[in-house]
Design a protein around this ligand. Structure first.
Ligand code: TYD
Length: 206
């Protein structure tokens, strides 16, 4: 059962709802799954998350942002993900390296390969076993987010930024065909959850 699965999505994709659904399903099955998230997932990583997402930090440099995400990722791996995998558990993580590649690498314009290399240093070369991208068109994503009251620093970015994030994810589907599976987030909640589960179960039963 030991595996490291990550769930990705552009803002407003419904990723969080899918993860809530997965938690219920695995609990009903009696399977011990460690659900975690980035940025954050350990005490130090959560503190770094606070700095990254604080809307007051308008002066943050793009590379500083990328480095902070990577720093939080390393700490989260060391404290949360690796110990769980060593115990033979299944770990499902809300966002991981692909978020950095799409948001910092592509949308911020640092470069996907540059951010990939920097993350390989941070994770000592570790990649997820399976990654699901739940994607909605940027228009749908943004229309869903306007109902939310407090937006963080990344959510406050321009529509064009969110469009570029989406395009970044599409590029990554081609870059990592063996690891990444694309899920259409514009279907109903139930359909998105059942498709996601199908992909995970197929992978676990391999
Ligand atoms: P979060 O509140 O977790 O958003 P969501 O519910 O959309 O997952 O905030 C995380 C924000 O940080 C989100 O806008 C995506 C962004 N992000 C990056 O830009 N790079 C990264 O490496 C990660 C992990 C997240």
């Amino acid at each position: 059962m030991k595996a490291f699965i990550t769930i990705e999505g552009n803002d407003g994709s419904g990723k969080s709802t899918v993860i809530e659904g997965l938690k219920k399903v695995f609990a009903e099955r009696g399977v011990d799954v460690v659900f975690t998230r980035e940025p954050g997932g350990s005490a130090i990583a959560e503190q770094i998350r606070g700095i990254i997402l604080d809307p007051k930090n308008t002066e943050m440099d793009d590379k500083t942002e990328a480095l902070l995400y990577a720093a939080s990722r390393r700490q989260h791996l060391r404290e949360t993900v690796l110990p769980a995998l060593e115990q033979g558990k299944l770990v499902i993580c809300d966002r991981f390296i692909d978020s950095s590649l799409a948001y910092q690498g592509h949308a911020r314009g640092i470069g996907i390969e540059e951010v990939y290399d920097m993350n390989m240093f941070a994770t000592s070369g570790m990649l997820p076993d399976l990654t699901l991208y739940i994607l909605v068109s940027p228009e749908v994503g943004l229309s869903r987010k306007t109902h939310q009251k407090e937006l963080d620093r990344l959510e406050l970015e321009t529509n064009n930024f969110h469009k570029t994030v989406y395009e970044g994810y599409l590029k990554l589907v081609e870059r990592f065909p063996e690891r990444v599976v694309l899920i259409n987030g514009e279907k109903t909640k139930e359909e998105v959850l059942s498709e996601t589960l199908k992909v995970i179960d197929k992978f676990l039963n391999k």
